[in-house]
Design a protein around this ligand. Sequence first.
Ligand SMILES: Nc1ncnc2c1ncn2[C@@H]1O[C@H](COP(=O)(O)OP(=O)(O)OP(=O)(O)O)[C@@H](O)[C@H]1O
Ligand code: SF4
Ligand SMILES: [Mg+2]
Length: 337
Amino acid sequence: MKSSTLPAPAGTGHPALEVEGLCVDLRTPSGTVRAVNGVAFQVRKGRTLALLGESGCGKSMTALSIVGLLDPTAEVTGGTVKVSGTDVLRLGQAGRRKLAGPALSIVFQDALTALNPVQPVGRQLAEPFRIHRGMSRRHAREKAVELMTRVGIPEPRLRARAYPHQFSGGMRQRLLIAMAVALDPDVLIADEPTTALDVTVQAQIMRLLRDLQTERDMALVLITHDLAVVAQRADDVVVMYAGNVVETGPVAQVFSRPRHPYTKGLLDSVPEHAVRGRPLPAVPGSPPQLSAVPPGCVFQARCPLAQERCARERPQLVSAGASRSAACHFSEELDRG
Ligand SMILES: Nc1ncnc2c1ncn2[C@@H]1O[C@H](COP(=O)(O)OP(=O)(O)OP(=O)(O)O)[C@@H](O)[C@H]1O
Ligand code: SF4
Ligand SMILES: [Mg+2]
């Protein structure tokens, strides 16, 4: 089975987010390279999908292309992204702006750069209500204070007049999350939302995200290096390597019986898969340069199971059991081993 016909994950209703065959090309001084190659996944409302993989494997590029915030040097060159059934890649700028907030939202790692440094936070939080809902200044301000209360900012009425730099990192991240969920999006993408924070605050922010997701029935795409967070928080996982999806499926199954040597390598290199707050440990070696991705299997240079066929033939992402898929010629042997 090809990636474009992956089985839908368990759950009810239509997927809130459907990504199929997504390709992103990057213009570099030495030519165009493929940063995201045929990525496909689906997330239903109320469910969490984790994007997992080492630094540079294309997780943020995937996220940014979904929300339409790619750098001018990067371009979506193939695939579809449907948000609640609407193909967002076919929309113009105006159409996308309309969806940003009510349908689709993103939280980044660095709240200080994502917030406007010269505007009081209350006004920034009120903006979506004024722009999208046409509320009066006063009504929008009340909604902003309500949101600040909801995300746990103490003395919200007073703090609404403060500027981003007057908040701690954790409080700023709460503000960013508040902005992202203000208009009740169907889909929230969180790109390493806690990486910049200390471990205790990370746990608080993850709890806030979980509670808001449950309250608002959002589909969540969670990008993280933290395998423990994936294990605890995600329903499904997409493992990426050098811009390609190498394995997908329900987290419990993928983590207990990985069907791709890369996933197995990631899991094996962490004792009990569970070191909270740490980045992914290294699988020996490093991913290929995007300009030098080999023909055949993208993982061959680091794969303990590689054989001659792997250098010749690129493995397709094929069904590896109910709701699961893997891109490895010898996936079944891995399972038996
Ligand atoms: N603005 C850019 N210009 C040129 N290349 C870029 C740019 N942003 C990312 N890249 C390259 O695109 C590839 C994918 O990057 P991406 O940021 O999606 O990785 P990632 O999986 O999010 O990594 P990390 O875990 O470090 O955040 C990498 O090889 C990276 O060097
Ligand atoms: S196809 Fe070959 S090189 Fe690639 S992951 Fe499987 S065994 Fe390893
Ligand atoms: Mg990233």
